[in-house]
Design a protein around this ligand. Structure first.
Ligand code: C6P
Length: 413
């Protein structure tokens, strides 16, 4: 009995941490199903900002006064929290960034420019978010590297045989997401890493959609780089992290210059750079946001990602069952291993219209290409509706969402 109880997420208790869930939208209780875009923020995280700005707002690493010490300790404390969250070996393997996009751009610009030359190959999958495509396209234009695309099957599952066949002696890097934001597919990143390493290539994993849903272990995956965003894991916007193996980071030049990232600067002898990770954190960082990110990860760990992921799987199963019964509705992305993300289109109803009208009933879903245009184009659509779940969503909310959807479809058809 106790064991069973421990396996059940107390969603009422979880919801009580999210003040925003009390608000109404167009007179209806908010049903927030756009968590893959940004998850909502628990009061403990919101309180971090108030505490920081009231008590110890100061620049970090530079001051010798109490406030600067406290801010530095809290900021660097988050580095340890992120290290533990990803099970990295060392704190210095964690670089704070604005989010996943900046983390990938860091790898492209620091590692990529130092290690790639014309004709070298980078493998990305068809289901990448634009932020794991465009930085490599920019390098392709500037350095002449070649981008090769790992195909997916009709369920939105990566084609592993095709992946193996893409490797040549010029393959240097595989850049793939852990979980697809558009379809929810969970990719076998450990296997992908093993294959990449067998070909002497590195692997960069975009974990933006995985970090909120399942425990991450970068050592077990054997990831070379792993990126995620705070705002998708119950934290604030403006703070995320890049994990990089220490030896790789150490061998990488900086990509942005400024304060914080130097040891000495001289017009005569030039500049020497700080050790990792500070070499990659030029300028004053998002101090309060990073501290709040630490609080968010503590909040998540306090509940447990196994429990959150398990709850979301129940929501996914319930939503899938309800949605497949809707007349003319087609789910895109039917992988056997999916996170709590459902993309769908409806015959005779444009996704944009559905999104706008369902908002009038208090339901927030995302519509559009989800910054994954190559994937959607491949599946013959330019937009889908996407519902994505978080720890605070309930089966009752899903019922209200699907009822609202049926009402909306009736209005637009
Ligand atoms: N996806 C979505 O609605 P940033 O913006 O840097 O925090 O995250 C970018 C990003 C990178 N990779 C994946 C897999 C993502 O899902 C995202 C963000 C949001 O799906 C906004 S487009």
């Amino acid at each position: 009995m106790t064991a069973l109880k421990e396996l059940t997420l107390d969603v009422v208790k979880v919801r009580a941490d999210f003040p925003i869930l009390e608000r109404k939208v167009h007179g209806y209780p908010l049903i927030y199903l756009d968590n893959a875009a940004t998850s909502q923020t628990p009061r403990q995280v919101i309180a971090t900002f108030d505490d920081y700005y009231r008590r110890y707002n100061a620049n970090i690493h530079r001051g010798l006064h109490t406030l600067a010490d406290e801010a530095t300790a809290a900021y660097e404390g988050t580095r340890e929290t992120v290290r533990a969250f990803l099970n990295a070996r060392e704190r210095r393997e964690i670089v704070f960034t604005r989010g996943t996009t900046e983390a990938i751009n860091l790898v492209a610009n620091a590692w990529g420019r130092a290690n790639l030359k014309a004709g070298d190959e980078v493998l990305v999958s068809l289901m990448e978010h634009h932020s794991n495509i465009v930085p490599w396209q920019l390098l392709a234009e500037q350095l002449g590297i070649v981008i090769k695309v790992i195909p997916v099957d009709e369920r939105g599952v990566l084609d592993l045989d095709a992946y193996r066949d893409l490797f040549t002696e010029r393959t240097r890097l595989v850049a793939v997401n852990h979980v697809s934001n558009a379809f929810g597919t969970i990719n076998p990143v450990k296997e992908l890493a093993g294959i990449a390493h067998a070909h002497d290539a590195l692997i960069l994993i975009d974990g933006a959609q995985a970090a909120p849903h399942e425990p991450i272990d970068v050592q077990d995956i054997d990831a070379d780089f792993y990126a995620f965003s705070g705002h998708k894991v119950y934290g604030p916007t403006g703070a995320g992290a890049l994990y990089g193996k220490a030896a790789l980071l150490e061998a990488m030049p900086p990509w942005q210059g400024g304060g914080e990232m130097i040891k000495t600067v001289s017009f005569d002898t030039g500049t020497s750079f700080a050790d990792i990770p500070h070499r990659f954190e030029a300028g004053t960082p998002a101090i309060a946001e990073v501290i709040a990110l630490g609080k968010a990860l503590e909040w998540v760990s306090g509940i447990g990602l196994e429990l959150i992921g398990g709850w979301e799987q129940q929501l996914l199963a319930h939503a899938t069952e309800r949605l497949v019964a809707v007349d003319g509705l087609r789910i895109l992305g039917t992988a056997p291993h999916k996170a709590g993300v459902i993309s769908f289109v409806v015959d005779g109803a444009h996704s944009q219209d559905i999104g706008l009208l369902i908002d009038q009933l208090g339901v927030a879903i995302r519509t559009g290409h989800h910054c994954a245009q190559p994937l959607l184009t491949h599946f013959g659509v330019d937009a889908t509706c996407r519902a994505s779940f978080a720890a605070y969503n309930t089966p009752e909310e899903i019922d209200i969402f699907v009822d609202a959807l049926e009402r909306v479809i009736g209005m637009v058809r």
